[in-house]
Design a protein around this ligand. Sequence first.
Ligand code: NAD
Length: 379
Amino acid sequence: MRIAVMKETHPGERRVPLIPATADKLVKLGAEVVVESGLGLSCRFTDEDYVKAGAMVVSSSRSDILQSADMVLRLRKPPADEIELMHKGCVHVSYLDPFNEAELVELLRRAGISAVSLEMIPRTTLAQKMDVLSSQANIGGYTAVILGSEYLGKIFPMMTTPAGTIKPARVFVIGVGVAGLQAIATAKRLGAMVEAFDTRPVVEEQVKSLGAKFVKIDLGETGQTKDGYAKALTQEQLALQKEGMTKACARADVVITTAQLFGRPAPRIIDRKMLAAMRPGSVVIDMAVESGGNVEGSEVDKLVEIDGVQVIGFSNLPSRFAETASQMYSSNLGNFIEHFWDKKAKVFNLNRNDEIIKGALITHDGEIVSEMYKSIMNK
Ligand code: NAD
């Protein structure tokens, strides 16, 4: 079975889908691994590292690599003009963002590709080792704190020095999923005083266990879905939340927002009035900027100043720590492939009866097979 790994083409993307350690693992499983020359350079991996891992490094045209592949691994969705280069039955594994990429899904269907959308892997205990959403959100949360400290102009830890005592910075994290938890942990490690808020009450314990303070706001009934995702708030609840958070924002030096709603635009939770209540020069990092934004006025890939507050909407935060993010993504991919590997036949077994494949497979054999995709797109 030939597994091909393509270089990313998206501008500014520094992460790579496969690092040499995972190539080694796949080769040991019995796969023939072919990588495009220069694949790992943005993460300090040379062609030689992949060769040492047993992969074949190819510098011929991308179409040659794609045509001979039984499985293609990428990070981001495939470029539309490369879909027809793959042969029918080829398994394509990447982020796909299917709900926003209906045309691409149609091209994959028509080409007879078995397209796996990694963000659709069910968030079960069994699938945790393949969960790219979590691994990348983790690095994103870390990156947000590092960015915050870079732009703040004030150090995070308390310091007692002959020149006087320096007070610790105050960080407020809104949305305590995977990214938020890592942001709290990172800001604590740097010595900041950390507060956090989430609409899911179960999060309070997790916030406290990291040594941060949970900001309590009585919103009435909130809760979470059976998969652990937040439920959308009513307009009244959102207004209550804003009121409760204004003070916490005003006393913070850095605010990091990570609030997301599965399959829907991110909730708008910080408005201009709340920004105006913050000290000028404070930093707000909107980690949800690409899915609609948590902060009024934030812009994708920009730092905008609103009432003197620096509002940062940089996209693709994990790519700033590409080597670690790639290590985790690659490991998720390796675990996914290994889980479905038929050791005797030395092939990937696309087991259509398996819950993970049922959740993540979007197209197969000329059909759209994802029930969730069909139900959301036909609404
Ligand atoms: P997410 O990216 O969907 O959302 C980030 C956070 O924003 C969530 O904690 C959510 O509650 C919060 N949020 C939504 N609206 C908000 C608002 N108005 N104000 C404040 N916060 C708001 O979250 P995620 O990181 O993908 O995690 C979602 C859930 O999935 C969590 O319960 C997490 O523990 C769970 N999870 C499970 C697994 C697993 O079992 N394999 C893996 C990862 C995550």
